[in-house]
Design a protein around this ligand. Sequence first.
Ligand code: NDP
Length: 243
Amino acid sequence: MSTPSSGRVAVITGASSGIGAATARALAADGYRIALLARRADRIQALADELGNGSIAIAADVTDRDSLVAAAQRVADELGGADVLINNAGVMLLASFTSEQRAEQRQMVEVNLLGAMTATEVFLDQLRPGGGDLVNLSSVAGRVAHAGGAVYHATKWGVNGWSEALRQELQPDVRVTVIEPGAVATELTNHITDEATKQGVEQFYAATAISPDDVAQVIAFALSRPRSVSLNEILVRPSAQAL
Ligand code: NDP
């Protein structure tokens, strides 16, 4: 028997584009009510309108704990609490490790790693009763490392270690699943400011990337498994991706 999804509430950070938006659509199709969190309020409001079924948009920045606390209050008041938290918000500002990039390095740590930790800490009491799910978006970049990605890799390796410890600590109340995509065609590469790096990454993505819907379907599948089954770490890559 799979986990019944009808009426469950999923909170998705970074729901305004890419994998977050695709996951919102996939889970809404499975009967979830969705709380869409991101900074671009117009985008998430349009998506909430599209999804219907009680889904709501909440402007929130994962680097701002107060905005997450306010979001959690709205989820409790308007949706009765969260059953699933998907820590998806992330930035990939690839560049050589130099002090010129220090603001971007901090941003990656604050969004990808500390943002996920803060959202989890804030929503954890809502997830525990009745058997919750925590899904953390890591990456292939959490298993391998390359020059030019030092801090991005550090955040994703960090997500993996943090998630594995939480998986042990929170069971059986909260099931922890880590999703590790390879190249996925989203807005992620748009924000790279180092032009040479951006060009190379975009060429690689144009030749290789899979769709965010492919990743969203995997997340929906993992959540649909009975609670006795934990898929733990799911690597989902384009078949043509070497690393
Ligand atoms: P997108 O750029 O399309 O989406 C990133 C999302 O993160 C946006 O919705 C953005 O919303 C949100 N975000 C960024 N900063 C903040 C912040 N401070 N507070 C709240 N939300 C924030 O990229 P993807 O969909 O590709 O990325 C989703 C996740 O998947 C990331 O964690 C990424 O590292 C991971 N991933 C992606 C891969 C890929 O190849 N695309 C591969 C492996 C992992 P807004 O700007 O509106 O706040």
